[in-house]
Write a protein that binds this ligand. Structure first.
Ligand code: ASP
Length: 460
């Protein structure tokens, strides 16, 4: 039994629906189908979720905007018409949107979540109708009926442990099950969404709960690449990658698979296969517990921008008991999470995502650190990029870091910080945001010279 998830671009139009339909029906093991909301049909198009967010904002501002309401429905109407589905479905969808607005209109945050979630909810209903129109037994299963109980924080749902037991009951239902991605229900009775891109998370939870043999994640690329194609032309494709490697890569800029989607399948050891809806015959990438290392220490290079570093100096910091704890307590108090903390004897840097210091927080945090920790110096370095060199094979290989250092030197990038966790699955380099493109290209050439490409993937 397989759980299959289709991302937004895979269900963005009737044409894409037809491809998804043939994929579903080509393999009887494809039992549970998780869908995103319709995504972009072409460059410059808007995702339905973004239209729904604009609709929610217009209601919150007290100037409910009919244009967004119609633009959202139009996306579904077009699919319904082009697929020749029952026109009554249109009225049903319109009714759903109107009901949500009248139910939550007063409560901005809840309305936003409910409308965001309706994008996948309406799409699951359309997908069900489509599969039925093809003569197959298919039913829509709402996340509530599926047992997706989650925490109650809007936009940041976390699945509750007891959900898995409930989800396992789906196995006994007949026919194909179509489940909307991206949200669950809290015990308080609210619709709560996962972070953006969260349909991947739903798929993973359903796969774990139903104990699937595989979780297939259909998107619009042939595979996971060893580096983002936005950074390097024609990077090599990866046939197999471990959960730990994918976690590191997804965290830092690999948008193919949501980083929060790995845990549920990882815990059950269920393999994930990332595949292309537009080219289902391509093997895709398998994410597994263990893989053969093939003598290649590095499997991928990821990078992400918009970090900042809070650099703190205090003489004899190393002997001051509780310094780190008190520093992190200030950040916790201010609701700021941190990514890395490289340190020296008398200095410590905390790397954060920059947006966390917006809206006056920066001054308050600096003032508090200065006053409460009596530091000698504190400054904030902005516009940093983090580059992650990732691979399970690094653990057993000498000289991986020296290769990186040389490649970075050749690119002209100044390494501002280096961090390697004890797992040795990844090495982090902090560089200036402006030099990241060149730096990644030089690293790519160093670790993936063309004659080695065959080792880890199909070369186009
Ligand atoms: N539709 C949601 C988003 O655009 C969730 C998803 O597509 O996974 O973020």
């Amino acid at each position: 039994m397989k759980v299959v998830k289709f991302g937004g671009s895979s269900v963005a139009s009737a044409e894409q629906y037809k491809k998804a339909g043939s994929i579903i029906l080509a393999d009887q093991a494809r039992k549970a189908i998780v869908v995103s909301a319709p995504g972009k049909r072409f460059d410059g198009d808007e995702k339905t979720t973004d239209l729904l967010i604009q609709l929610a904002r217009s209601v919150q501002d007290g100037q409910y905007n009919q244009i967004f309401f119609e633009a959202v429905l139009e996306r579904y109407y077009e699919i319904i018409e082009d697929l020749g589905l029952d026109q009554e479905l249109k009225e049903q969808l319109e009714g759903i949107l109107k009901e949500l607005i009248s139910l939550y209109g007063e409560d901005g945050e809840r309305l936003l979540d409910a409308l965001k979630a309706s994008g996948e909810d309406m799409n699951a209903r359309v997908m069900t109708a489509y599969l039925v129109s093809l003569g197959h037994q298919a039913s829509y299963v709402s996340p509530k009926d599926a047992g997706m109980v989650v925490t109650d924080e809007p936009g940041n749902a976390q699945i509750l442990p007891e959900a898995y037991e409930r989800i396992s009951k789906l196995r006994s239902l007949e026919g194909i099950l179509v489940i909307p991605g991206f949200f669950g229900y809290s015990y308080q009775g609210n619709i709560v969404t996962f972070p953006r891109g969260g349909s991947d998370i739903t798929g993973s939870i359903i796969a774990a709960g139903m104990d699937a043999e595989e979780y297939e994640n259909f998107t619009d690329v042939d595979s996971v690449y060893c580096v983002s194609p936005k950074m390097v032309d024609h990077p090599c494709e990866l046939k197999e990658i471990t959960y730990r490697e994918m976690r590191e890569l997804a965290y830092s800029g690999f948008s193919v698979f949501h980083d929060e989607a790995l845990q549920p399948v990882f815990q059950k050891g269920i393999p994930v296969r990332v595949k292309n809806t537009n080219r289902p015959e391509a093997a895709g990438t398998r994410i597994v517990l263990e893989r053969e290392l093939n003598g290649q220490p590095v499997i991928g290079i990821a990078s992400d921008t918009d970090f900042c570093s809070v650099n703190i100096t205090k003489y004899l910091m190393n002997r001051e008991l509780g310094f780190g704890r008190r520093l992190l307590a200030i950040l916790e108090d201010e609701g700021i999470s941190y990514e890395h903390t490289p340190s020296g004897i008398d200095n410590l840097s905390v790397i954060l995502r920059s947006h966390q210091l917006e809206n006056g927080k920066e001054k308050r945090v600096i003032d508090r650190i200065e006053k409460e920790l009596e530091v000698d110096d504190i400054n904030i370095e902005r516009n940093l990029a983090m580059i992650m060199v990732v691979g399970e094979g690094m653990k057993h290989t000498v000289g991986v870091a020296s290769k990186a250092a040389q490649a970075l030197a050749e690119s002209g990038a100044n390494i501002k910080m280096i961090n390697q966790g004890s797992s040795e699955v990844s090495m982090m380099f902090g560089v200036d945001g402006a030099s990241v493109m060149k730096a990644v290209n030089h690293l790519y050439r160093a670790y993936f010279p063309s004659n080695e490409r065959q080792l880890n993937g199909d070369v186009k």
